[in-house]
Each structure stands twice: as C-alpha cells, then as structure tokens.
Design a protein around this ligand. Structure first.
Ligand SMILES: Nc1ncnc2c1ncn2[C@@H]1O[C@H](COP(=O)(O)OP(=O)(O)OP(=O)(O)O)[C@@H](O)[C@H]1O
Ligand SMILES: [Mg+2]
Length: 491
C-alpha cells in the first residue's frame, strides 16, 4: 500500500488523489456508527437539559445560558434527523459530507459542555455557598439546628379585623385585582380618612385572601418617617425568627430578601400602610422577584409607577347613614332619637368621608335635640371641618400639607382658588388654565397649569375627567378642604 501512495505504481499526483478518495470512502463508512452515537448522546442529554430549564424557571433565574445549551441540543437533533433520512434513502454520496457535519456538531457540543457549562456550574456552586452563608448568618449559627426552611412560617402580622360598612363591592373587586397573576404591587389611594387602612385590614381577613396567603400576611405601617431597619426587624419577628444585626438599610433589605425567599415557598402578601410621597422609592426596595409575592400599598398619593392606582371613592349615602348611625349609637336606649330627615342632612354634610361620619356621629352620641340641630345648621352653612374635632382637622390638614410649591407658585393657593367655583361641579380645564395664566403669569399654553392639575389629582383632591369629544373637566371633589387653611390658622 505504501508503495502505491509513494508513486511507484501510480505516480505522485495520482497518489494524492487516491489518498483523498480512500479518506472519503472511510468517512462514508464511519457515517452510520457516528450517527448512531450522536443520536444516543443527544437523546440522553435532551430530557436532562429540559429538566434544567424547569428548575431554572422555578428559581426565577435568567434563561439565556440554558437556552443556549438547549438550542445546541435541538440543532444536533435536527441534524441527526436529516442524516437519518439520508441513511434510509441510501444517499451514499452525501455520507462523507454529513459525516463531517456530524463530527463538528458533536465537537462543538462537547466543547460547550466541557468549558462553558463547567464554568457555569462552578459559578452556581459559589452562589449557593454564598446564600447558605447568608442564611447561616441570619439564623444564628447556634440556632440553625432549630430551623429548617419549612419551619419558618409567617405568623401573620395582620391586625385585628376592623368593623367595616359598605365596602363589600370594593373588597371583592380589590381582591380579584390583587389575586391576578400579573399584579405584584397594588396602590389603594384616597383622601385622608377615606378608609384605605380599614379596607386593607379587612382584605387581610377576607376568606379568599387568607386561603391563598395563609399565615404569610404581613401588615406594616410606614407613616411619615418610616424606619427601614425597624420595619425589617418586625417582619423577622412576625416570622418567628431570631432578628439579626443589620449593618445598614441595604443589609436589612438583603436579609429580608433571603427571609422572604425562605418563607416564599407559599404566597406572601405584604401590606405597606400609609405610604407618604417621600417614601415612594422605599416601596421599590420591598419588591423582590419571588413568585406569588404581592405588595398592597395604601397612600393618600396615587403613585403611578406601580401601575394604575385603585381609588377609594366616598361612601354612598345608604352606607354613610349606616356608619353614622353606628358611630352615634342610635339605638333604643337613646334619650333622644333624631328623625330620618335630620340624620340624612347631617350625613350629607359629611361628604361620604368615613372619618367624618365616625367623628361627627361619635360627637352626637347621647346628645340632646339642640346639639343635633346645631350640627345640622353648621354643616349647611359651614363645613365638617367646623365641627371642631382636632383629629379630623389634623388628618385632613395633612392632605394639604403634602402640596408643594411649583413654578414659584404654591399648589395650596391653586387648590384654594378652586373655592371660587361651586363645589361638586365640573370646571372646564380650559377656564382654569386661563385663570391661572392671568393670576400667576403662566405663559406656556397651559403646561404648568396641567402639571398642577395632575399633582392635585394624584393627591385625590380633585378628579380629572377626560372626555373624548369636548374639552376635559375637573371635579372639585375635596371642596370642603378649601376652608381648612382658614380654620387652622385661626387657632
Ligand atoms: N367602611 C368603613 N366602615 C366603618 N368604619 C370605617 C370605614 N372606613 C373607615 N372607617 C373608619 O374611619 C376612620 C378612618 O379610616 P382609615 O383610617 O381607614 O382611613 P385612611 O384612608 O387610612 O386615612 P389616612 O389617609 O389618614 O391614613 C377609621 O377610624 C375607621 O375605623
Ligand atoms: Mg390609613
């Protein structure tokens, strides 16, 4: 054979040609066994890779790496299918070409498995070690034996179930919204005293909500100056865990993330109650990528960044009467029983505000006819704010205090300007723009005026009604607040 190639018998050129032909024939011969080995390997790997993808999704990790591996396997399977067709049709001439393709596909898969996947495995292992280390730190090394992931359960920080009137419709619609898969944060908004916290607490006791979240319902109050570390501490306590030391706010949030992931084998509901404008960014810190983890925010501000806010409307008249009667304790033991007309008039003056109904109803409890009559006359002439109740006054005052100065103009002044219009009437936006242009020298085609209108809307002080064919209107919904400044500055 060696002679044959060295040119003795066939010459140098022919020798090269022959060598190539024999190589090709050999390649063709190897085609079948190579194909069989490839199919075997790919069939073994494919279900494992699919399983890896399932685990990856459960862990909520980025999909790219496994997708790359998955597409390589699919590519290989496609090529193997093509080659099998060639084999069954005995297309001998194409065997050497496909043998080459099979070999290089196999080599590239092997390279990917032995380099990229090995490195990814090492990285994943280090991530697991880091998480274990963090968990050990949280639980305290000596107490770790006492806990396992399944034992850490929310003990529920939901407060007492409140007495609630006329919220059934709101409650069921809000529950449906909250339980939707694509909702992770929901903002419940309304004026001070409109019943946001009450509705949020009631929701925590709703049988469907309890059924879904079980003990993993946590209720945290933010208020004006929330202390992040204290909040996280409380959440650890709710979970029955030893509270770790927090080096910083960021550290506290990281540790909370780990805790919630442990708790988060079942759904979690976190209620952040009474979030002020200044804490909007803080809400973001409580957002973790955990499946079935929901946050319900209550705020006087209709934050837009978390999706369409859920506005809490004033109570309708019948529910308002029920709440008022309950607060005034109108029952058979009363020494004086007002007639329905008097009750209706006073209730109307409360503008559907649960806080006002509760406070004014409470102030008339067991009072004689004259006091009831006085109240009715006050409310006809003045406003609920004149009832002299400081809690009512201060909680509503906060709605105005949140307003800022914009374009060197006080938004509070702008709100007060609305007092020139009759209450609960639609005011054409165009008129308002002209009026403020005149009063505050706005000369920008209404841009600044619209910014102020938007701010007043997000604070639930007015309602913007956008119509399709005619101009837009605003509704002066919190009209009774316009005399608030006057009253508080009198004191
Ligand atoms: N539907 C209701 N039925 C009975 N009482 C209610 C209802 N809604 C609210 N209340 C009562 O009205 C008062 C004010 O309600 P709540 O504190 O929930 O208002 P809020 O909107 O959270 O106010 P703020 O913005 O000041 O936090 C509470 O004392 C509450 O008990
Ligand atoms: Mg509240």
């Amino acid at each position: 054979m060696a002679d044959l190639f060295s040119g003795g018998a066939v010459g140098a050129v022919m020798g090269e040609l022959l060598r190539a032909v024999i190589e090709t024939i050999n390649k063709g011969r190897q085609f079948k066994p190579t194909l069989e080995t490839n199919i075997q390997t790919l069939n073994d790997i494919a279900p494992l890779v699919d399983q890896m993808m399932e685990y990856n999704d459960k862990l909520d990790r980025p999909r790219q790496e496994i997708q790359r591996l998955q597409s390589r396997v699919r590519q290989g399977q496609e090529l193997a299918r093509k080659c099998s067709r060639k084999l069954s049709r005995r297309k001998f001439l194409s065997f050497p070409y496909y043998q080459g393709k099979l070999k290089s596909e196999d080599q590239s898969l092997q390279r990917h498995l032995s380099f990229d996947v090995q490195v990814q495995n090492a990285r994943n292992l280090m991530e697991v070690l880091l998480k274990v280390e963090e968990i050990l730190n949280i639980l305290g090394k000596q107490d770790f034996a006492k806990f396992s992931g399944s034992q850490i359960q929310g003990l529920s920080g939901a407060p007492e179930e409140p007495k609630c009137m006329g919220m059934d419709e709101h409650l069921s619609r809000l529950r449906i919204e909250l339980l939707k898969d694509d909702v992770s944060v929901l903002v419940l908004t309304g004026l001070g005293g409109s019943g946001k916290s009450t509705l949020a607490k009631k929701l925590c006791w709703d049988p469907h909500v309890k059924g879904k979240f079980g003990g993993n319902i946590f209720f945290v109050t933010f208020s004006e100056t929330p202390n992040l570390k204290n909040i996280v501490r409380t959440l650890f306590e709710h979970c029955g865990c030893k509270v770790p030391e927090f080096q910083s706010d960021e550290d506290a949030i990281n540790k909370l993330g780990i805790l919630l992931r442990l708790v988060g084998r079942s759904p979690i509901l976190l209620v952040l109650d009474d979030v002020w404008q200044s804490s909007e960014a803080l809400v973001d810190k409580f957002r973790f990528q955990i499946p079935d983890y929901k946050i319900l925010v209550t705020s006087r501000v209709a934050f837009q960044r978390f999706g369409t806010p859920w506005p809490l409307e004033p109570l309708d008249h019948d529910d308002a009467v029920s709440l008022f009667r309950h607060s005034a304790q109108l029952n058979s033991k009363c020494s004086y029983m007002p007639d329905d007309n008097l009750v209706n008039e006073i209730v109307k003056g409360c503008k559907g505000s649960p806080l006002a109904l509760e406070v004014i109803g409470g102030s008339l409890c067991q009072q004689p006819f004259e006091v009831w009559q006085d109240m009715k006359e006050w409310l006809e002439k003045q406003s609920i704010l004149e009832s002299g109740n400081t809690d009512l006054l201060s909680r509503l005052q906060q709605s105005l205090d949140m307003l800022e100065d914009k374009f060197s103009v006080s938004e509070k002044e702008c709100f007060m300007d609305l007092g020139l219009f009759p209450e609960d009437q639609r005011i054409p936006v165009a008129i308002l723009i002209d009026m403020w242009a005149e009063l505050y020298n706005f000369d920008d085609n209404g841009r600044k005026a619209m910014t102020i209108i938007h701010d007043l809307t997000t604070r639930n002080l007015i309602k913007l009604i956008v119509t399709k064919y005619t101009s837009s209107f605003i509704l002066f919904v919190a009209g009774y607040l316009k005399m608030l400044d006057l009253l508080t500055s009198k004191d």
